[in-house]
Design a protein around this ligand. Structure first.
Ligand SMILES: Cc1cc2nc3c(=O)[nH]c(=O)nc-3n(C[C@H](O)[C@H](O)[C@H](O)COP(=O)(O)OP(=O)(O)OC[C@H]3O[C@@H](n4cnc5c(N)ncnc54)[C@H](O)[C@@H]3O)c2cc1C
Length: 381
């Protein structure tokens, strides 16, 4: 019997395996991953520089410990090359084929990479896993000034953390304010002010034109005519669900791997969850949706067909210099933003006069209202 095969040992793959084993102790379980299979909390990647943690220190469980706990076979350092849904087989890069009864794709997302002119363009790094983190830590060794490209959620978290590690930080991006895609401008400006107050510099409404090496440093030329000097460059311009395996296997793919509320893909016996998945139209690359999806899918795989529901899931932005909580309104939600100052930040509410459909809180005083407001907003799905 082939059992269940899960591709990916990130939060999605491992959480699903844990939830499944609570319900089913017997079905053979195999997890296959291109990385080293160590369990770690990915959100720590953007708040570990200040605390001086290296990539090893982020590991909470070795793959051997996970295999024991889950009574599972873990194939680490083994990339899946293709999937044959007709023959129910997963082909590994090294030639081995794994049969499956049910297959789960938990392959995560890939950083979007922009291209730049200049001989320093190849030095731009992004951090989306422990290996990237190790590489970037090496790149900032002895470096006093770091440029962060992208003033979104992850760019701001890295900026705050790198600044906390004693470095000067410049954040660059085309938006009028940080978190441009997530929050109204006034909330983004409040975060900007908080981070600037701590010493972080912003270069907004501009993009990087070229990156040149000057001695052992880099000179970034911006399209507004400014230049920024830095010893290392971090790109945080967004993530894209990794749909490559799914697409090549003929599964339906849109912004992510298309799954219904049962986490089922368009191919029989194949499921997807986590950053790679588009669940009932939603791409939500955060921890809480993964927890809910993993619990629902574990039940389905254990024999009790279950649809996922998402309660309100506010996202906490890890910017201690000016904390932020965001509960974005659903895509078709009625209403408009009203913003009022609270302490050194703002409270922004999205509603239509009767119902509250979303909120943003910024600053230490405002974020205290998180729990009270979370009770008032509707569930996400
Ligand atoms: C810097 C950073 C900070 C974050 N902070 C927060 C936060 O504060 N709060 C929050 O809610 N969310 C946060 N997130 C998002 C959250 O971490 C992710 O949503 C979550 O970790 C994604 O888990 P995943 O298992 O779907 O993907 P991943 O962790 O990316 O795992 C993908 C797995 O698939 C494997 N894989 C991929 N392709 C193949 C292949 N072909 N063959 C074999 N294996 C393959 C990889 O090796 C890996 O094991 C953050 C993300 C980042 C990058």
């Amino acid at each position: 019997m082939s059992g269940i095969v899960i591709i990916g040992t990130g939060l999605a793959g491992y959480t699903l395996a844990r939830e499944f084993r609570k319900l089913d102790k017997d079905t053979p379980l195999t997890l296959v991953t291109a990385d080293d299979g160590a369990f770690y909390s990915k959100p720590m990647l953007s708040n570990a520089f200040a605390s001086g943690k290296d990539a090893e220190a982020l590991i909470s469980q070795t793959p051997e410990a996970m295999a024991g706990q889950l009574d599972a076979r873990i194939l680490a350092g083994r990339r899946v090359e293709s999937i044959d849904t007709g023959a129910r087989k997963v082909m590994l890069e090294d030639g081995e084929a794994l049969g499956y009864d049910r297959l789960v794709l938990a392959v995560g997302a890939e950083p979007i990479r922009l291209s730049y002119e200049g001989d320093g363009a190849d030095a731009v790094l992004s951090v989306n896993n422990r290996q990237d983190y190790a590489r970037f830590r090496e790149a900032i060794e002895g470096v006093e000034r770091v440029a962060v490209i992208g003033p979104g959620l992850i760019g701001c978290e890295f900026a705050n953390d790198l600044h906390g590690s004693g470095r000067e930080v410049d954040v660059i991006g085309p938006d009028t304010a940080p978190l441009g895609r997530l929050v109204p401008e006034a909330a983004g400006r409040a975060l900007q002010k908080g981070l600037e107050g701590a010493g972080i510099r912003f270069h907004l409404e501009t993009v990087v034109d070229r990156i040149d090496r000057v001695d052992s440093r880099f000179r970034l030329k911006l399209d507004n005519g400014e230049t920024v000097e830095a010893g290392a460059i971090l790109s945080a311009v967004g993530l894209r669900p990794d749909t490559r395996l799914a697409e090549a296997a003929g599964l339906e793919v849109d912004r992510g791997i298309v799954v219904d509320r049962g986490l089922a893909t368009s191919a029989e016996h194949v499921y997807a969850l986590g950053d790679c998945a588009q669940v009932a139209g939603l791409v939500l690359p955060f921890v809480m949706p993964i927890m809910h999806a993993a619990r629902a899918l574990a039940k389905t795989l254990a024999g009790e067909t279950t649809e996922v529901s998402y309660p309100p899931m506010p996202v906490v932005v890890k910017t201690p210099a000016h904390p932020v909580v965001v509960s974005p309104p659903g895509s078709g939600a009625a209403g408009e933003w009203t913003v009022e100052p609270v302490g050194d930040g703002v409270r922004a509410l999205f509603g239509d006069g009767e119902a509250l459909n979303g909120f943003v809180l910024t600053g230490a005083e405002a974020v205290k209202q998180k729990q009270a407001l979370t009770k008032q907003v509707p569930g996400v799905l």
